[in-house]
Design a protein around this ligand. Structure first.
Ligand SMILES: [Fe+2]
Length: 152
C-alpha cells in the first residue's frame, strides 16, 4: 500500500495506455468480437479490420499452411500480435535472422525499425490478432541481404 501524492495527474482514459499485447490477448479471447469476420483464402493470407479507434486498429488474420507475410516493417507503428490458434513462425531480421515459433496464446511486439517475416509452417490453419498503434497497417517490403541485413 502506498499514498498517492495530491498533485498526481490521472492519465486520460485511453486504450493507448493499455499494452498492445494485453489488447491483442483480450481480442484473441473474445471470439464473439471477430468470429463472423473469419475467412480462409486459398490464394493469400486473409485479413480483416475488427475495430478502429483514434488510438489503434485491431486486425484479424488467418494463415493456411504455407501462407506468408514476406519480410516487411510496419513503418512508424508500434504494436503486437497474438496467435489465437495454430502455430506461426516469425523471423526477426537485423543483420542476422532470429526465428521464433509461436503457439496459441503467445505474442510478439514491434516498433519502428522492426523488420520481420511471419508464416505458417504448420500443417493446420492459424489465426492471429494484430494491434497497430500510431498509424495504420502500412507495410514496407524488404529483402534479406546476408551481409547488410534487411534492404528495401
Ligand atoms: Fe508484420
Amino acid at each position: 500500500m502506498f499514498a498517492v501524492p495530491e498533485n498526481t495527474v490521472a492519465l486520460p482514459a485511453s486504450s493507448a495506455v493499455v499494452h498492445p499485447v494485453r489488447v491483442a490477448l483480450s481480442f484473441a479471447a473474445d471470439r464473439d468480437r471477430w468470429k463472423h469476420l473469419l475467412r480462409y483464402y486459398p490464394e493469400e493470407r486473409f485479413s480483416a479490420l475488427v475495430e478502429r479507434s483514434d488510438d489503434q486498429e485491431i486486425w484479424l488474420m488467418s494463415w493456411l499452411p504455407g501462407q506468408t507475410a514476406s519480410l516487411h516493417d510496419h513503418a512508424g507503428t508500434t504494436g503486437a500480435f497474438t496467435v489465437v490458434s495454430g502455430t506461426l513462425t516469425e523471423v526477426v531480421t537485423t543483420r542476422v535472422q532470429v526465428v521464433h515459433q509461436l503457439v496459441a496464446g503467445q505474442s510478439r511486439v514491434w516498433g519502428p525499425g522492426y523488420v520481420h517475416q511471419v508464416r505458417n509452417d504448420g500443417v493446420d490453419p492459424a489465426v492471429s490478432v494484430h494491434v497497430y498503434r500510431h498509424g495504420t497497417r502500412a507495410m514496407t517490403p524488404y529483402r534479406y541481404d546476408p551481409v547488410n541485413g534487411p534492404v528495401r
